[in-house]
Design a protein around this ligand. Structure first.
Ligand code: NAP
Length: 548
């Protein structure tokens, strides 16, 4: 849960006037502030945490790390920054990424325009002035011409949707809101609910501490060994010497996974065109590479079920090899959805953890958790006594953080109401009827299917250029036309339908949150194609937008 503010910011009771308000001091918000300042505009960032870093500020659970290589998962906007910062490992862990965000904030002197411990309650467009009125939980009111929602795709933790938590007397932890002080599970009976990326990263470390760890698994995930390790000085230098070329490859790729220290090829052939032996060699090669490189393997893996099944079965074979107890191994093998259509996980010793004597796996798909009790939780007739429960149960992805703010556009229309049947955006950047409100990596953009730092950087550049265009041309507003928006939403859905992603119950389609409309949230057409589209729109004088 968010930290209670210990010092209240000084509040000016009158309505303050700024050019722009940015909500969120994660990687999008930080860079947006830098760009706004560079244009000579007044701006303030509001952030509910006590420091910068967004995701990497909140998700401090044991084992938290990024599964995109550190040299790729970093800003590209400053060549000096690229040279000054050195990543210590192939995959950076949460503390190092947080230090990087802090370094950037200090390096570019950003903190003086960030107000921490402040939650934005509402953002309301005033048609009489063409400005946004933003109010905070401290009662502060700001009038701004531009409002940038840098609120993050995976920042609103999902509510606990299992009954009886109020009865439970033990300790509870949420991976998405992990305490700042160290948590020691030594000697404790610990339960983890959730086996997505967060669960899979934290389980091996919690198992090393706990007296006994019980993992409550609803859906098994496919996980690939991360094969993390230190970066040598020579590797660091090599990347720094070749950053420009690396960035070019990264930008021109549909998912940005091009290899950090060494290039990793992207295949364009079908998995079904090659012999079983060749396929096996390729799958072994990528298993050895570690990480997410099955997303750049055969071209039809995510559109053809038969192709996908060849890889799914390969990975199931690996799980069976690693896990000694055949019943546990079988439970850990995903069988009822295509490989990679729930976000693929990268782990360090996840499957091996189930070979420990102090770890057990409980299937809660067949028999769900009925309720929490004073001492633990009940699954069917069995009660599990637990000293601590860890919730790795995920997020209300891509729309949750936006809906936590009362956002109202023209005619007082609430964003929540406009998007009741699913998000409606043009390019994932703006939504009709909400002029001058920009969303970074919003629904309908590649967002979570690309590299979040570079994807955010690209969006901030686009937004900043649009703002610059309005300022230089003395215009008041920009917003999409309903027609352009509808055409884009139709396109996002059509592209989604050509893939296997839409078949799976995942947060990509909102299926993890009870009652959420089932709509494909990210754009699956690829980052390279998407960037071209965004550039074309600008080249055609902001085609599909109206400016006034
Ligand atoms: P998640 O992938 O949504 O996983 C949540 C887990 O909790 C799932 O196993 C889910 O089961 C389970 N769950 C949810 N509600 C439940 C309930 N009521 N009863 C039983 N089980 C329940 O969430 P996450 O692990 O936090 O990851 C979210 C995303 O964050 C990732 O997909 C990734 O994009 C990002 N992330 C990235 C990294 C990284 O390395 N870069 C690390 C962590 C997270 P079902 O599958 O059955 O719903």
């Amino acid at each position: 849960m968010p930290e209670a503010p210990d010092t209240q910011p000084q509040i000016d009771p009158s309505i303050q006037t700024l050019d722009a308000v940015v909500i969120g001091a994660g990687f999008a918000g930080l860079y947006q502030l830098y760009r706004l300042r560079g244009m000579g505009l007044s701006a303030r960032v509001y952030e509910s945490g006590t420091d910068v870093g967004g995701t990497w500020y909140w998700n401090r659970y044991p084992g938290a790390a990024c599964d995109v290589e550190s040299v790729l998962y970093s800003y590209s906007f400053s060549k000096e920054l690229e040279q000054e910062w050195s990543w210590s490992e192939r995959y950076a862990r949460q503390p190092e990424i947080l230090r990087y965000a802090q370094f950037v904030a200090d390096r570019f002197d950003l903190r003086k325009d960030i107000q921490f411990r402040t939650r934005v309650n509402s953002a309301v467009f005033d048609e009489s002035t063409d400005r946004w009125l933003i109010t905070t939980n401290h009662g502060e009111r700001v009038s701004a011409k531009y409002c940038v929602m840098a609120t993050g795709c995976l920042s609103a933790a999902k509510d606990v949707d299992i009954p009886g938590l109020e009865q439970y007397k033990g300790k509870t932890y949420f991976t998405a809101r992990w305490p700042h002080e160290a948590v020691d599970f030594s000697g404790q009976r610990v339960g983890v609910i959730g086996t997505g990326s967060s669960g899979i990263q934290s389980i091996p470390i919690i198992a090393e501490q706990a007296k006994h760890l019980t993992v409550f698994q609803r859906t098994p995930n496919y996980s690939i060994p991360a094969r993390n390790g230190p970066m040598t000085a020579a590797q660091q230098q090599h990347v720094k010497d070749n950053y420009a070329e690396l960035r070019t490859r990264q930008y021109n790729h549909y998912i940005g996974l091009v290899g950090g220290i060494e290039a990793v090829p992207t295949l364009t052939t079908s998995a079904l065109e090659v012999s079983p032996e060749e396929r096996q060699r390729e799958y072994e090669y990528r298993w050895g590479l570690g990480g997410l490189y099955y997303y750049t393997c055969y071209a039809d893996l995510y559109s053809n079920l038969e192709a996908n099944e060849t890889l799914a079965e390969f990975v199931r074979g690996k799980i069976r090899e690693k896990v000694r107890d055949p019943k546990t191994a079988d439970l850990l093998c995903p069988k009822d959805y295509p490989f990679g259509t729930k976000r693929l996980c990268a782990d360090s010793g996840y499957y091996e953890t189930y070979n420990r004597d102090n770890v057990s796996l409980v299937d809660i798909k067949t028999t769900p958790i009925e309720t929490f009790t004073a001492n633990g939780l009940k699954v069917g007739d069995q009660e599990y006594a637990l000293d601590a429960i860890v919730f790795a149960t995920g997020f209300d992805a891509m729309t949750g953080a936006l809906f936590n703010i009362d956002i109202r556009g023209r005619d007082g229309v609430a964003l929540k109401d406009k998007w009741a049947a699913g998000p409606y955006t043009y390019l994932g950047l703006m939504t009709a009827g909400f002029p001058n409100m920009f969303i970074t990596t919003g629904p309908g953009s590649p967002s979570v299917l690309y590299n979040m730092i570079i994807g955010n950087e690209m969006h901030v550049n686009w937004i900043s250029d649009a703002i610059d265009y309005l300022e230089k041309d003395d215009r008041r507003t920009i917003e999409p036309t309903p027609e352009a928006e509808k055409a884009w939403v139709d396109h996002v859905n059509e592209v989604g339908e050509t893939t296997l992603f839409v078949q799976t119950n995942s947060w990509y389609v909102g299926a993890n949150v009870p009652g959420k409309p089932r709509v494909i949230l990210p754009y699956l057409g690829g980052f390279d194609v998407y960037c071209q589209k965004c550039d074309d729109v600008v080249a055609k004088d902001y085609e599909g937008f109206v400016t006034a």
